[in-house]
Ligand binder design. Structure first.
Ligand SMILES: Nc1ncnc2c1ncn2[C@@H]1O[C@H](COP(=O)(O)OP(=O)(O)OP(=O)(O)O)[C@@H](O)[C@H]1O
Ligand SMILES: [Mg+2]
Length: 585
């Protein structure tokens, strides 16, 4: 029930100061003015409330009424989330477009989940069963890929006294009744949850499995685990968005939540137009069937951008609670932090570094803490991996958002301007990037791919570091003085960079490499290197080595072998040895 809770005293951009306030609490959701613009209480002082409003406030005037239902800002969680495009406060953009046209009229209220659609519901519990919050009581095939598990809302507990029979129901139809003493709850296929509060779990586990992204520099050199957190910092145009899109398309998460936060509108349009056509390479089903988009582009209200990452992570937690591995992309958290800065400025709070509020760091911590590998309330594993891009002004990684973010992540893909300028994509620096998940995920690689994975990954990293030092030497004294064996190191690193680290997002074969393809490519390069090094020690010249078919073969590996002929790629090691061996005769 909506009741009057105060009236507008002053409007400053997205922030409204209300007076004569009664019965408002921090973080309560309110509606302001004749158009009922949605907002949230962010500060209370005496009889004044400061409200951040998620829509354009130009129509508001002093004396307009403020209403509330007394609930915090929440999202709706239930079947129909997948494949949807939402704004930062979960307004369904497609449904609004159908009803209202391309521009969102201020104050439109359309439920996030379609109330007219029927879902095929199947109960999984019997009447009289005792159930607790988080327990799965029924299921709905949400898409061909994903079974939506209907869970009792966290915090509830009791005995099922009535359960609807299997059949087709809308979200407004009751599906069960749970009783506890003299309390009685009606259960529906959807529930609400306040976005700023994390959903509870039973336990948290260490990361133990990689998120395979199909991007070689990531999976082989700087892998992230399922349940891990990565930051992708990079200056203007260095390829942050392409990386996020690649992960949304190819990573082996079961559910993807993609937050376009403050980025250009045309990038989201691009997603809107292209994503629905994409097919998941593993399941051969449309990728939309596992994806939810949240778009708050730079031309949309700034307060809703601040809320968008909480909305996104709450949706991610909900699917994690069903026992799924979820990946959340946020592009870009710098634009989110700028929204925070603008709102803080309007509230006349004391700014700290570069105008950001003192609570920037704790807000980032709260967000990243919601990622992880968990035991759900239903007793199963489920994870949320967060991949957040950061856009430091001028590409300076010491600025506040990048430096605070670094405290909460364990994997860092530093995008390098020089690489992007040289069109070496993804422009992830092999010198400045790191992953602290290697030990957590090595067992997966060793059991599923090859027991030498970690050792080989360290070998190539060592060669890259050696090359770095040799390049310094060359700068000082020129290339001619380097002995042949050291020139081979430079040569092999150049091959590795060109054929392995570079990966075109736009080539049909190159866009995705399975873990097996990645390892076979790496192994062949190392086999080539070892054999060539042996030959050089026997006095054979590098130019002779480069004239072999083996050299041509490793250079062409990445485009010549698609996922369907990896057995051929495996056999390449024999012909490399044979071709190079020919030089000894
Ligand atoms: N993996 C890739 N393969 C091929 N081209 C790429 C790749 N990554 C980036 N590019 C090229 O770089 C351009 C810029 O990339 P992108 O838009 O991702 O940069 P950004 O860091 O998100 O930029 P902004 O700071 O403006 O948000 C792309 O349009 C594309 O041409
Ligand atoms: Mg971008």
């Amino acid at each position: 029930m909506l009741s009057v809770a105060g009236k507008v005293y002053r409007v400053s951009g997205p922030v409204v100061e209300a007076e004569e306030v009664a019965n408002l609490r921090m973080l309560d959701m309110v509606e302001v003015g004749e158009e009922h613009l949605v907002g949230e209480v962010v500060h209370l002082k005496a009889d004044r409330a400061y409200i951040q409003v998620y829509e354009d406030t130009t129509s508001l005037k002093a004396g307009d009424l403020v209403y509330t239902e007394g609930d915090p800002l929440y999202v709706e969680l239930g079947p129909g989330l997948l494949g949807n495009f939402y704004d930062g406060i979960q307004r369904p953009l497609e449904a609004i477009k159908e009803k209202e046209g391309f521009f969102i009229r201020r104050g439109v209220h359309i439920p996030a989940l379609d109330r007219s659609r029927k879902w095929h519901y199947k109960p999984l519990k019997d009447v009289n069963a005792s159930v607790r919050g988080g327990e799965v009581i029924a299921q709905v095939p949400e898409t061909a890929l994903i079974t939506h598990r209907i869970m009792l809302a966290p915090g509830l507990e009791g005995r099922i006294t009535w359960m609807a029979a299997e059949g087709d129901y809308t979200l407004d139809q009751k599906i069960a009744v749970v009783e506890n003493g003299d309390k009685k709850y009606d259960v529906f296929m959807y529930q609400r949850w306040p976005v700023r509060k994390s959903r509870p779990t039973q336990d948290r586990f260490p990361v133990n499995e990689p998120l395979i992204t199909g991007q070689r520099v990531i999976d082989t050199l700087f892998p992230v685990g399922k349940g891990g957190c990565v930051a992708v910092p990079g200056g203007f145009g260095t390829g942050k968005t392409v990386i996020q899109h690649q992960l949304a398309k190819w990573s082996d998460a079961q559910i993807v939540v993609y937050i376009g936060c403050g980025e250009r509108g045309n990038e989201m349009t691009d997603i809107l137009l292209n994503f629905p056509k994409l097919i998941d390479p593993r399941t051969k089903r449309p990728l939309m069937e596992r994806t939810i988009f949240i778009a708050n582009t730079s031309n949309m209200p700034v307060a809703a951008r601040e809320a968008s990452i909480y909305t996104g992570i709450t949706l991610a937690e909900y699917y994690r609670d069903m026992g799924y591995h979820v990946a959340l992309m946020a592009d870009s958290t710098s634009r989110w932090a700028e929204a925070l800065r603008e709102l803080s400025g309007r509230l006349e709070e004391m700014p700290l570094e570069e105008g950001f509020p003192a609570y920037l760091s704790s807000r980032l911590a709260e967000f990243y803490e919601r990622a992880g590998n968990f035991k759900t309330l239903n007793g199963e594993p489920g994870s949320i991996t967060v991949v957040a891009s950061v856009s430091p002004p001028g590409g300076d990684f010491s600025e506040p958002v990048t430096s605070h973010t670094k405290r909460f992540i364990r994997c860092f893909w530093a995008l390098e301007r020089d690489l992007a300028n040289a069109r070496h994509y993804p422009s992830i620096s092999w010198i400045d990037s790191y992953s602290e998940y290697l030990d957590d995920i090595k067992t997966w690689w060793h059991t599923h791919i090859d027991k030498h994975w970690l050792a080989d990954r360290y070998r190539i990293m060592e060669l890259l570091q050696k090359e770095q030092r040799l390049l310094q030497v060359i700068k000082l004294v020129g290339p001619d003085v380097l002995p042949q064996r050291q020139r081979l190191v430079i040569e092999i690193c150049s091959v590795f960079k060109n054929t392995f680290l570079q990966q075109s997002a736009f080539d049909e074969i190159d866009t995705f490499s399975s873990a097996r393809k990645q390892y076979l490519m790496l192994k062949n390069i190392l086999i080539f290197y070892d054999k060539a090094d042996e030959l050089i020690k026997k006095g054979i010249n590098i130019s002779e080595i480069k004239s072999t078919t083996a050299y041509q073969d490793i250079i062409r590996m990445r485009l010549r072998y698609s996922e369907s002929n990896l057995d051929e790629l495996e056999k390449l090691s024999f012909s490399i040895n044979e071709s190079l061996g020919g030089l000894e005769l």
